[in-house]
Design a protein around this ligand. Sequence first.
Ligand code: CP3
Length: 365
Amino acid sequence: MTTDTTGTAARDDEPRPGGPADSPFVRACRRRPVPHTPVWFMRQAGRSLPEYREIRANVAMLESCRRPDLVTEITLQPVRRHGVDAAILFSDIVVPVAAAGVDLDIVPGTGPVVAEPVRTAADVERIRPIGRDDVDYVDEAVRLLVKELGDTPLIGFAGAPFTLASYLVEGGPSRTHAKTKALMYGEPELWHALAGRLAEVTLAFLRVQIEAGVSAVQLFDSWAGALSEADYRRFVLPHSTKVLSGLADTGVPRIHFGVGTAELLGAMGEAGADVVGVDWRTPLDVATRRIGPERAVQGNLDPTLLMAPWPVVETEVRRILEQGRAAPGHVFNLGHGVLPETDPEVLTRVVALVHELSVRPVDQG
Ligand code: CP3
């Protein structure tokens, strides 16, 4: 299977040399030697790119996620423009939840909005398990992309149970997650039923992407940083573990990311991640001490810093690469997603700078 070009070679112990499963990105995830530090950006496919705004001009967000031709084009745009080391599937964390029967929309400038927020056991029961046929457009888009991308790896992704539950319970984005926490603390059984159901949906969704050929997956628990470590371990970790550990047999590297998670980095690694994403608040050498030597790290340039004068950006990139050397593997990224007002030229320069500063001879062993 090592000559396989479908990307499923990621499951091999010995991937095809130079193929996506042997790319600098996948090698860094696996803590193997790399020719340069790989770099990609969360939300690289999106509103910072004029070509994205053009193609999305008259198409609603959820509809664009369900059109494999658009998904393919939008996913490829940042790869062409910036020369990043990985593509991330253009989609959204609520896509599988919508496929599971939840009535929702993605409102421009706001984010996901749920028609009938989840409040009761009957609401949880209405979230159906999903299979490949419920998200056939994702399966098709991944297959098209794997062909188009050649040796560039494609990252699949999903939202983690806590972050998904927050949108479903609040009905939309929330700063405090107050309703979600009220349900968690006040009705723990209902909470675990909801998070358990979302873990099943997420696991099935990631398995569809892996079957179709993605080279790695990222589980976004963007809002987990709202919790203390003790509450995270009690209410969230078992469900995120069901997702990440449930993918162990696939051999595909698993990245786990959240914002404001300095106190949770160790626990998030324990959920079954090969790579832990770190936001800009925690230096990567400090993060590595918390995460341990068994996992690589990803991060962690502050996305607002891309608006600073170039010498400031350059100094920060150098610092992050330096601190990233403390980790057994480092994937360069931002500490959260690209902001829409970012000048795309700066992103291209960051990619070139990361490559230039980190280039090193590599023993391919
Ligand atoms: O990273 C990528 O380039 C892939 C695409 C991607 C999108 N959403 C596209 C998108 C990814 C990985 C996501 C994940 C996602 N969606 C997360 C986790 C990552 C994170 O940022 O923490 C979350 C929390 C969501 C929910 C969501 N969807 C939000 C908060 C928003 C932004 C609302 C807004 O308009 O400002 C969305 C909409 C969304 N998802 C857009 C894009 C490109 C913007 C919609 C548009 O272009 O009209």
